[in-house]
Design a protein around this ligand. Structure first.
Ligand SMILES: N[C@@H](CCC(=O)N[C@@H](CS)C(=O)NCC(=O)O)C(=O)O
Length: 212
């Protein structure tokens, strides 16, 4: 279904945007317009984008004369408005488990390794490239230790993080694994994460959303 009058501000390598692309694909939704904001040239932090999205981050949706950021908020909005398939279960306990995984990624891992943080570490704080990588790997591993413990006990229940259906947990996991691989993090200690990621990657909704 086409989302008339909706503009999706996207960047192919942005893992937060990647989450939104997966959610849109799983629900069979196409924004009327997809506008690329080039993070390499700093387009996100300059006018005209910053004038409409004050965070200076992607992704965002623009419709009805307003712009809304935050990938998880955008996906939750999609899930309420277009509930098939549901990415956040209606059952309160199941939803808690899904959000626990999603927030571990979106609140505890991703913000520490975002582009502007890495630039601040190397630019303002003067860290070397090696120190930057050490920081990056440290926070991925810390978060992945938690994720592996959350996901591993559910391996017998289905191929996704928490059972037989893709949820917001998977939508967040796959882009974070992409980031980890991009920065050469050794994932050998995370077999459950890798198994879920491999299954998701085999599905068109995830594959078509992938950056490369
Ligand atoms: N919590 C936000 C994070 C958004 C975010 O950090 N986006 C990154 C790309 S993944 C970005 O725009 N970075 C630009 C920068 O750091 O300058 C969300 O989930 O949407």
């Amino acid at each position: 279904m086409k989302l008339n009058d909706l503009t999706f501000y996207d960047y192919f390598r942005s893992s937060a945007s990647y989450r939104v692309r997966i959610a849109l694909n799983l629900k069979g939704l196409q924004p009327e317009t997809v506008t690329t904001i080039d993070l390499r040239t700093g387009e996100q932090a300059a006018s005209p984008y910053k004038a409409v999205e004050p965070s200076g981050l992607v992704p965002s949706f623009q419709f009805g004369g307003k712009t809304f950021g935050q990938s998880l908020a955008l996906i939750e909005w999609l899930d309420v408005k277009y509930p098939t398939p549901r990415l956040i279960p209606q059952d309160a306990l199941a939803a808690l488990g899904v959000r626990e995984i999603a927030h571990t990624i979106a609140c505890d891992i991703h913000p520490l390794n975002n582009l502007r943080i890495l630039k601040y570490i190397t630019g303002t704080l003067g860290a070397s490239e090696d120190e930057k990588l050490d920081w990056y790997h440290h926070w991925i591993k810390t978060g992945f230790d938690t994720l592996e413990a959350l996901i591993a006990p559910h391996r017998d229940e289905g191929p996704f993080c928490l059972g037989k259906q893709a949820t917001l947990a998977d939508v967040c996991l796959v882009p974070q694994v992409y980031n980890a691989r991009r920065f050469d993090v050794d994932l050998a200690a995370y077999p459950a994460i890798c198994a879920v990621d491999a299954h998701c990657q085999s599905l068109p909704a995830f594959g078509a959303a992938a950056p490369e």
